[in-house]
Design a protein around this ligand. Structure first.
Ligand SMILES: [Fe+2]
Ligand SMILES: [Fe+2]
Length: 161
């Protein structure tokens, strides 16, 4: 599931980069940083999957498509849209990672715990950047934040069945 989620995140930042390269050139370095973080996360969980059952999550393509779509729509709404998207997604992600860490500590699954812990700091950094760049400020973006949070939570719940 985390693997699918990271694939979604990769696609969010990919589509945002695509738009930023045309309209918001100053955001390119930041988005490239985020994208390379997400690619590393994708790799971390792919290693985990391969050491276990080797099967991609059912929601892999749903996450990918949803991510690309959310990234694209948010970036058409400008830099505040991008930051609102980043904040909304990463806020849900960070909450989810904390739950997983609690769960994995109880289960004594050290490999999975380390995988999750190794990405937490990056996701917090993404979320905080979204916040600092005004992702939560504008009331006009509230529907966007709500839609993105809901979709992200929905996908996580779907993936955990
Ligand atoms: Fe990530
Ligand atoms: Fe992230």
């Amino acid at each position: 599931m985390n693997h699918a989620g990271e694939f979604g995140a990769v696609n969010i930042y990919r589509s945002q980069l695509f738009v930023a390269r045309i309209f918001m050139k100053d955001l390119i370095p930041l988005l490239e940083d985020f994208l390379s973080d997400e690619k590393r996360h994708l790799d971390v969980f792919w290693q985990e999957i391969q050491s276990r059952n080797g099967v991609k999550c059912k929601s892999y393509w749903l996450c990918g498509l949803g991510g690309y779509f959310m990234g694209f729509v948010s970036s058409l709404m400008g830099r505040r849209g991008i930051m609102a998207c980043t904040w909304a997604v990463e806020n849900v992600v960070v909450g989810h990672l904390h739950n997983q860490i609690d769960y994995l500590r109880k289960k004594d699954d050290l490999a999975a715990l380390q995988a999750v812990e190794s990405i937490l700091e990056d996701e917090q950094n993404h979320r905080d950047t979204g916040f600092e760049e005004g992702g939560t400020k504008n009331i006009l973006y509230q529907p966007l934040r709500f839609a993105i949070s809901s979709f992200t939570e929905g996908v996580i719940r779907f993936g955990m069945r």
